[in-house]
Design a protein around this ligand. Sequence first.
Ligand code: 3NM
Ligand code: MG
Length: 531
Amino acid sequence: SQVSKPEIDYSLYLVSGRELLPEGITYLESLEQAIQGGVTVVQVREKNADTGEFLKIAQETQELCNKYNVPLIINDRIDIALAIRATGVHLGQTDMPVSVARSLLPAETIIGISCNNPEQVEKALNEGADYVGLGAVYGTATKDVTGKITGPRNVGAMLEKLDGSNVKAVVIGGIKSSNVLRTLHGSVSTTGHVLDGVAVVSDIAASKTPKDAAHNLSSIVKAFKHVSLPSSLATPFSTQVSSPLVEHAAALLYIVRKHGPLIHQITNTVVTNQSANATLALGASPIMATSPHEMEDLQKATGALLINFGTIADKEGMLQAGKFANLNKKPVVFDPVGVGATAYRRAAAKELMNFWQASIIKGNAAEIGTLADSVEVQAKGVDSGGSFENPPEVIRQLAQKERCIIVLSGVTDYISNGSDVVALHNGHPLLGQITGSGCMLGTVVATFAAAERLRSLEKEGTGSNEEGRLVSGDMLLAAVGGVLALTVASEIAAARKDVKGSGTFLPALIDELGRLTPEVIIDRAKVELFH
Ligand code: 3NM
Ligand code: MG
């Protein structure tokens, strides 16, 4: 029998947190302002209240929710939900089972349940839950979530379980206006399943200005929903043919030279100097700052951020830099140098990728193989070689999973946005004989990413739907442009009469990056497209 259930807008789901209220504002004042700011559904969550007190709070909350036509959900307590005829209940994994709750409640009652992994989501679906709360996405002081932090990167696998169902999903745990867009962007399944909303306690409940807090969150969620249907990583280029792709990518060099963007690079001590010189040669400005304390200010002024963890001593700086780059919608290029070499690096890469969203990840076969959990390529260290049987498929899948562009460097460089793959056949063996040519590739790609963002913003103007996207511009084009610039420059440098080996090659390469033009790139590019 079909029961007609209330339609709930899960965009901004406020879970109450009376103990977090600041001085000078009552629970009901805070709640009313939050609803006025854009909260679309409210849950009363009381972990210490006696039944009488809980009931009173639930009744007062309901009165206010009714005034604004906002649905009310009761945490855990079926009896309270029944007593006030609440729209729904929210259950935890150790609360009453969904099926039992369902048998006690009116048929139209919404039942939600907290899930921490795909198995729990599957169970919730089978038991007839109406929505799931996924998390904890980040650490939070509001609830003990020890051992249960998923990061946005594990949300996609949970969402995928809901494919084909009408069960809705929100994320919870440490979500704030400063990380919500990055969270939404990262929390998408490889099948394109996106979130229906976000659930928040402290970012609203602890605010002295809950209306503003709710409005900030709500406008970001709504803008994201607007551009995420149907879900895509970035503007797909599959409508373009290969020649305009290269022309567009190469032309970004003009924008680099015209605007001279600041390229912030946290890179390793082996290559800092030559990476900075490569940036200057292209016409951009390097900043090689590493202190976590200046990241908030720096990321307002930069054009793009490169994080290369070849000598990983500044992890806190890397975390903060990426966070503020995401907040300021600046492209982030991640170069996980030698990520397979140690357990520490593998863990650090996961921590970084869960904390901020990369726009482009660049690595060799060993590094990409490690990130993709590939058994095919065993990472044996920073310089280990290796290759994949089917490189396009490996990076296509990794791009979908990590929600960014993947660049796989090698004799042939492969780039994917999760749907299409570009193979680039430029370069010279001398690149393999100097240290840090891979790191320099990250630098050049970051420089082109800054240019592509500027191009996109100039073209779109303000007020476009770029607002709902984490980074403006097609980062696949930026990656293609960056890879072509370095590899074409290497061919020209290697052919010079004054280049006699790797020692003379490095300065010649810097020279040729400085002399490079889009026309030369277009002329020499050897590009292949896979669909
Ligand atoms: N449930 P804040 S995390 C109530 O993981 C709750 O199921 C969680 O609070 C879960 O927005 C959480 O202040 C607290 O981080 C969320
Ligand atoms: Mg509970």
